[in-house]
Design a protein. Structure first.
Length: 152
């Protein structure tokens, strides 16, 4: 009845991805707590140091290479998608966050009862290249750890 659940638990590529995302999100939460700025949205939210997106896709790539072979089509697909995700996180989404920050400043300066006065756009949606790099390194380590230490 729950075969699909146990199949996921046995899937080291899936577990490496989930573990890397969890480690990256926990790192963000710990950093926020140490800086005295904990917010509940950080538990699942995007943006910040390190990039959980980068950690997740790199862990998927590394673990698929280790589990299935670096010559497998799954590794190749994962490698290409990892590049796209990391480029997007440090490029498109980072600039969208900058646009949101500028628009929020403009909205704050609106006078009176303007219909846009109560809108607040989310600013923290992308990553700096360093945040992506650190997330990718975390993903590399977690992917290796899951495949070589946990699933041996």
């Amino acid at each position: 009845m729950y075969d699909w659940f146990f199949a996921l638990l046995r899937n080291q590529v899936f577990m490496a991805a989930i573990a890397a995302w969890t480690v990256a999100q926990c790192t963000k939460i710990l950093r926020d707590i140490l800086n005295g700025s904990f917010r509940w949205e950080r538990i699942t939210g995007a943006g910040g140091m390190p990039s959980a997106h980068a950690a997740m896709v790199v862990a998927t790539t590394v673990s698929s290479g280790l589990a299935l072979g670096f010559d497998s089509p799954f590794f190749a697909i994962s490698f290409v998608l990892s590049g796209i995700v990391m480029y997007d996180a440090a490029g498109v989404r980072r600039h969208a966050g900058r646009h949101a920050r500028a628009l929020n400043r403009i909205i704050q300066e609106l006078k009176g009862e303007h219909p846009l006065k109560n809108i607040r756009l989310k600013e923290l949606i992308g990553h700096s290249p360093m945040e992506v790099l650190v997330g990718a390194l975390q993903g590399l380590f977690v992917g290796w750890f899951v495949c070589r230490i946990i699933y041996t």
